[in-house]
Design a protein around this ligand. Structure first.
Ligand code: BES
Ligand code: ZN
Ligand code: ZN
Length: 466
């Protein structure tokens, strides 16, 4: 699919018409007879009239994205070569709808399905610098989101820590980023026993990825942001093995790490005036004679001891050392965010479509929720409290890797991470539990079944507002 901007009407195979707020203005009788109501995700194709009507229930940006995605999916069932749409405002939402709605994951399909290359013409009133910029930025962000979707959807045997590191190197090359790949020797030398333990039974060596973006040329960085991602390329649960049904889709446990790679890719494309560090703990959690065990006591990089009670609570063990690494190695941090498919409890609590936002700085968390909603992602805050914090106490070590209560698992996991944040960074840190939206079994809105690329758009929106 090629998107083109134009300032005049183009004669194409089909014109896309959004029916806003269920107000049908043309071909009323025909649409009525076809029982078209103008609801979200509803569309009617009238080939003789070269029209594709799609419902757009509300006036908000996400309704536009959903309507346009509905249209592009319908077009993909045809052999049309071109389509046209007139846009009066909110151009970026239309671009999002096309780019995100058109995504399919075909890597493992041996036969190509109907893929007639389509030219889409978007008519705008004028093409000036700001329109051009809005268009290009939106395309760049969606390209990064779709890259993250591809990464997360890739099978675990084709995407293990070393491959993740290679992807990071490729992104760095393409965008002129600094890139450090640290191996297990580095982890050992730097006493990162928490992260090391998780990957021990895997045939794939763990990698710590560190990408750095600095604005180019005369642009001075206004802020310094550190983004940390959970990159579990597979989470079998380890010796606290997951039941079969729960193991399926655990290739998505690299969703946070992949989001961080995608964000850096987008930040560089947009040339944003901030310094951004992307740190990913790429690890595979497996079983075997060399596996770490419930009852083991691990020592993290900052010297904190962790009693392991469940090897399936591995993401926090990897992140603990990554958080220590970031705070040791990077000075004067303004923001430190972590992205992780951390808990099933978060999905149970807020549903599959919503990110859980946690931390110590309420204003900052609210800003992130707002950035999420503005960008078309869903997010809500989950507040810490002193009682859940106590449930992480260990009798023999400094902390346990799981809570002693079965309730509030998303929050206690967040508070486990908090215990690895230094006093100076407490208010700068936010934890994003993306376990729900990172990977959803069936399609939702303009997101496909499988990986959605959660975390990328909300973060870019936050950065643009800095
Ligand atoms: N990767 C999982 C969390 C997860 C669950 C992500 C479902 C996406 C969908 C994480 O490592 C995990 O297994 N967490 C455990 C923690 C428990 C042992 C305290 C969980 O949520 O059950
Ligand atoms: Zn796990
Ligand atoms: Zn996990």
């Amino acid at each position: 699919m090629n998107l083109n901007l134009t300032t005049k009407k183009i004669d194409t195979d089909c014109e896309i018409v959004l029916i806003r707020n269920k107000k049908i203005k043309e071909n009323k009788e025909i649409l009525k007879s076809l029982n078209f109501k103008g609801n979200d995700e509803e569309c009617v194709l009238l080939p003789e009239l070269k029209k594709l009507y799609v419902g757009c229930e509300n006036a908000d940006h996400d309704s536009i994205r959903i309507a346009v995605a509905t249209a592009v999916k319908k077009l993909n069932t045809t052999n049309f070569k071109s389509a046209y749409i007139k846009v009066k405002s909110n151009l970026s939402s239309y671009v999002d709808g096309f780019e995100l709605g058109n995504y399919t994951f075909t890597k493992y399909k041996s036969k190509n399905e109907n893929t007639v290359e389509k030219n889409i013409y978007i008519e705008v009133s004028k093409i000036d610098k700001s329109i051009q910029k809005e268009f290009e930025e939106s395309v760049a962000i969606c390209t990064s989101v779709n890259m993250v979707r591809d990464f997360v959807n890739t099978a675990p045997d084709d995407f293990y820590p070393e491959i993740m590191a290679k992807k990071a190197i490729a992104i760095a090359k393409e965008n002129n980023l600094e890139c450090k790949i640290l191996d297990e020797d580095y982890l050992k030398e730097n006493n990162m026993g928490s992260m090391l333990a998780v990957g021990r039974a895997s045939r794939h060596r763990s990698k710590l990825i560190h990408l750095t973006y600095k604005p180019s040329g005369k642009i001075k960085a206004k802020k310094k942001m550190v983004l940390i991602g959970k990159g579990l390329t597979y989470d079998s649960g380890g010796l606290s093995l997951k039941p079969s049904d729960f193991m399926v889709s655990m290739k998505s446990d690299k969703g946070g790490g992949c989001a961080v790679l995608g964000i850096l890719n987008a930040v560089a494309a947009l040339n944003l005036p901030i310094e951004v560090h992307g740190i990913v703990g790429a690890v595979e959690n497996m079983i075997g004679g060399d596996a770490y065990k419930p009852d083991d006591v691990l020592i993290a990089r900052n010297g904190k001891t962790i009693e392991v009670k469940n090897t399936d609570a591995e993401g926090r063990l990897v992140l603990a050392d990554c958080l220590c690494y970031a705070q040791d190695e990077i000075e004067d941090i303004d923001y430190i965010f972590d992205y992780a498919t951390l808990t099933g409890a978060c999905v149970v609590g807020v549903g599959e479509y919503t990110n859980g936002i946690m931390g110590n700085n309420i204003a900052l968390q609210n800003e992130i929720v707002k950035s999420a909603l503005d960008s078309g992602e869903l997010a809500t805050t989950l507040p810490f409290n002193r009682y859940l914090r106590k449930t992480l106490k260990s009798q023999i070590a400094d902390i346990c890797n799981i809570s002693s209560t079965r309730y509030g698992g998303a929050i206690s996991a967040g508070m486990f991470l908090d215990s690895f944040i230094t006093d100076e960074n407490k208010e700068k840190w936010v934890h994003l539990d993306i376990a729900g939206p990172a990977f959803v079994d069936s399609a939702w809105g303009y997101n496909p079944a499988g990986a959605s690329g959660a975390g990328v758009r909300l973060t870019i929106e936050f950065m643009k507002n800095l």
